[in-house]
Design a protein around this ligand. Structure first.
Ligand SMILES: *Cc1c(COP(=O)(O)O)cnc(C)c1O
Length: 371
């Protein structure tokens, strides 16, 4: 008999989403105008201690807007972690620039900042700092390099809503910082994104680029090309209902991770479990990643777990090996850590649908498979 799958992720809802969204509909605000957008942007920028917030249609769109708004252009190079989502490299390419990859730390999954400086040259214009899987990346060395070489920082906090680095919010560090509100992020609007900055000129560029660069004086005459990356009022209303729920989301995920740790602990020879805390932060567990230390690999274990009704996800495929990126990035030094992780890592279900009973079941199945 086919078992109903335990999904790898389900969205956290506060329960207020439907009423605020229908309020927005009732008032006639269904496209990208109106007070709900402004309220969501205002609440979100305050959450992250920033001066300006511009909502948009996705985290990928936010990255594309961010790079172009800080002036990245053809001939430039941007340092990007090798272990991240394709959007990070794609946004660089969309700006006409070249992504240059840096390997990750195999325990935190974040960019190994000791390997950045060797990749900096005359064409380097920016470093993309991405917080991966729940731990903030090491921002201080990135800030130092940016200062030393006069580089901009794009901070991708799409997996780090409510996370901090040494007590300061993730999303407060970049010349420009971006978030995603996809359904599996800690705050969701279904699909959506946000660009944050303290620089008014960057903010104005983002506002213009996301809105087809309409002209204030002569609306349909365009001096530049942009995008339609606007967020809708329906998404913003949904987001307003989500913001206050963030502490509960993080608390729930931490409790689920603690329980996973208990069930999977004591098997150091078989499994690498996530780091619960480091010098920068407590882990917020955007996902619960595990790495197989013995012969087991991602496709095999995932398939067997699926047969037992458990959905999992593979780790990020290293950008240095992405077929779609071959012609845009040069073959540089080997990326042993991130390239090695893909075959060995998966992440396990998390979300409001999980109970301790289900986590027990997942861990029992997993340990049976790999012991
Ligand atoms: C989810 C994510 C994105 C992309 O966001 P979308 O809203 O899915 O386009 C970008 N960067 C990181 C690190 C992400 O996790």
């Amino acid at each position: 008999m086919e078992k109903k799958l335990i999904p790898v992720s389900t969205p956290f809802l506060s329960g207020k989403e439907a009423s605020i969204v229908s309020e927005s509909i009732g008032k006639g605000w269904i496209s990208s105008g109106g007070p709900y957008i402004l309220e969501f942007e205002d609440k979100f920028k305050k959450l992250n201690n920033r001066l300006y917030a511009s909502s948009c249609s996705s985290g990928t769109a936010a990255l594309i807007l961010a790079l172009q708004a800080i002036g990245i252009k053809e001939g430039d190079e941007v340092i990007v972690p090798n272990f991240t989502i394709i959007s990070c490299a794609q946004a660089v390419i969309e700006a006409g620039a070249k992504p240059v990859f840096v390997d990750c730390d195999p325990h935190t999954y974040n960019m190994d900042t000791s390997k950045i400086e060797a990749k900096i040259n005359k064409s380097t214009k920016a470093i993309m700092a991405v917080h991966i899987y729940g731990l903030s990346c090491d921002i201080d060395p990135i800030l130092e390099l940016a200062k030393k070489y006069n580089l901009k920082i794009i901070e991708d906090a799409a997996q780090a809503h409510g996370q901090t680095y040494k007590g300061k919010p993730c999303g407060s560090f970049g010349d420009v910082s971006v978030f995603s509100f996809y359904a599996n992020k800690h705050i969701t609007t279904g699909e959506g994104g946000m660009v944050l900055t303290d620089d008014l000129s960057i903010f104005k560029k983002v506002q213009s680029l996301k809105n087809l660069c309409f002209n204030n004086h002569s609306r349909f005459k365009h001096e530049k090309l942009g995008y339609n990356f606007r967020m809708t009022s329906l998404q913003a209303a949904f987001g307003i209902a989500q913001i206050d729920n963030l502490p509960k989301v993080i608390e729930t995920k931490k409790a689920q991770a603690d329980f996973y740790m208990k069930c999977l602990g004591g098997h150091d020879n078989l499994l690498q479990l996530p780091i619960a805390k480091n010098d920068f932060c407590d882990n917020h567990y955007w996902v619960f990643p595990i790495v197989f230390k013995k012969e087991h690999t991602f496709p095999e274990v995932s398939k067997e777990l699926k047969a037992k009704g458990i959905e999992t996800r593979p780790f990020f495929y290293p950008l240095s090996k992405q077929p779609a990126l071959k012609k845009y990035s040069s073959t540089s030094s080997p990326m042993k850590k991130s390239e090695g992780l893909y075959e060995k890592g998966i992440y396990l279900p998390m979300g409001p649908h999980l109970t301790e009973e289900k986590i027990n079941y997942i861990c029992d199945c997993l340990l049976e498979l790999i012991s």
